[in-house]
Ligand binder design. Structure first.
Ligand SMILES: [Zn+2]
Length: 320
C-alpha cells in the first residue's frame, strides 16, 4: 500500500491495514501522542477507527479526508497529551470512548484539575494556562468503559488492558486478531533506537511504582504470547521477539531510584520528615531543570517531580 505524504506527520504501516501515526513538530511538549488508525477492511469494519491518536485538528482533517469517516475513537487515559485534540475527532463525527474513572476529564478541564490533584497544589488558572498551550478543548459527549473491557466496533475487537501504575484509568490495547499490542503511555518513549526518553512516568499522587512494575511484566507476557507488534504513544514499532522495551522501562525506574538514593545520601536529611525531605530534594532539580521554568509550568513540574521523588523515597531505606 502506498502511504500518503502529509507534511509534519510520520505514518508507518504496522500491518497492511493498521497505521501508527506521529506528529513531528508539536505546539507544546504535552499536546500530542502517537496512535493507531484502523483502516476499513472488508468483513471487519466499513469505517475507519482511531485509537489514541491525539494530533492537531488540521492533521485530523487530513486523515479524515483520506481515510474517513472515522466511526469511533478510543482514548487510553486523560493526561492532556492524550485528550487535547480529541474534540476535533468528535467534530468530524467520531464517537468518543474513554476509560473510567477519567472519562469525564475530557468533558471539562476542571475535572482534570481536581481528578489528578492539581487542586491540592495550585489555582485552577495554572491548569487552564497549561490546557491552553497544549490546545485543549473539551468534548461534548464521551462514552465511558471500564479498563479491561473489550470493545467491538462492527467486527473489529479491541481488548483494553488496565495498566494503572501510570494513571488509574490508563489502558493499553490488544488487537487479538491483528496481533498488535499498543502499550500507550507505559513508558517506552524512545524517539529512535539508541535515543532515550524519560521512561515510565508516575508524577501524580495516584500513580504507583510497584503497580508500574507489575504492569510492565504483564505487558511483556502479553506481547510475547499474543502479539507480533508492539506500539506505544511516544515511540516506534517493535517486533516480537524483541523485548528490549521492557528492559528499558525497568532500567529507567531503577536509575530513578538511584538518583533519589544518591540525593538522599548527600542531603542532610536524617532528622527531617518525609515532606521536608521531598522539599529539599525538589530544590536539587534531580529530574527536571525547573529553575528555568516560569510560573504555572514551574508549579506543574514541581508537583509532578515531588510525587516522583516521594514515591522513590518511600521505596528507599531512608525512613526504615
Ligand atoms: Zn500519560
Amino acid at each position: 500500500m502506498s502511504l500518503p505524504k502529509i507534511d509534519n506527520l510520520e505514518i508507518w504501516e504496522v500491518t497492511e491495514d493498521i497505521l501508527l501515526i506521529h506528529q513531528k513538530k508539536v505546539p507544546f511538549l504535552f499536546s500530542c501522542c502517537d496512535g493507531l488508525l484502523i483502516l476499513p477492511k472488508k468483513a471487519r469494519n466499513k469505517k475507519a477507527i482511531a485509537l489514541d491518536l491525539n494530533i492537531e485538528p488540521k492533521y485530523i482533517k487530513n486523515l479524515n479526508d483520506i481515510y474517513g469517516p472515522v466511526s469511533n475513537y478510543v482514548c487510553t487515559h486523560a493526561h492532556v497529551d492524550h485528550t487535547s485534540h480529541v474534540y476535533a475527532w468528535e467534530q468530524f463525527g467520531a464517537n468518543i470512548h474513554a476509560p473510567s474513572p477519567e472519562a469525564n476529564f475530557l468533558l471539562d478541564l476542571h475535572n482534570f484539575y481536581e481528578g489528578f490533584g492539581f487542586n491540592e497544589a495550585m489555582e485552577y488558572s495554572s491548569v487552564e494556562k497549561f490546557g491552553e498551550i497544549n490546545g485543549f478543548h473539551n468534548c461534548k459527549q464521551v462514552n465511558c468503559f471500564k479498563p479491561g473491557d473489550s470493545l467491538k466496533f462492527e467486527k473489529f475487537r479491541i481488548d483494553t488492558i488496565s495498566f494503572s501504575g501510570h494513571s488509574k484509568a490508563h489502558v493499553g490495547f490488544l488487537l487479538p486478531k491483528e496481533k498488535v499490542l499498543h502499550i500507550s503511555c507505559l513508558g517506552f518513549d524512545k524517539p529512535k533506537p539508541g535515543i532515550d526518553g524519560f521512561g515510565p512516568w508516575y508524577g501524580f499522587k495516584q500513580a504507583s511504582i510497584s503497580q508500574y512494575i507489575e504492569d510492565i511484566n504483564k505487558a511483556e507476557s502479553i506481547f510475547i504470547n499474543n502479539a507480533k507488534f508492539l506500539t506505544s504513544s511516544h515511540s516506534y514499532i517493535v517486533k516480537n521477539p524483541d523485548t528490549h522495551p521492557f528492559e528499558y522501562m525497568r532500567t529507567k525506574i531503577k536509575e530513578n531510584q538511584e538518583k533519589v538514593d544518591n540525593a538522599l545520601k548527600i542531603s542532610n536529611s536524617s532528622k527531617l520528615s518525609e515532606d521536608e525531605v521531598v522539599k529539599q530534594l525538589l530544590q536539587m532539580d534531580i529530574f527536571f531543570p525547573k529553575r528555568k521554568l516560569k510560573d504555572f509550568l514551574f508549579e506543574i513540574y514541581s508537583l509532578w517531580e515531588s510525587w516522583i521523588i516521594r514515591k522513590h523515597i518511600q521505596r528507599s531505606n531512608h525512613f526504615k
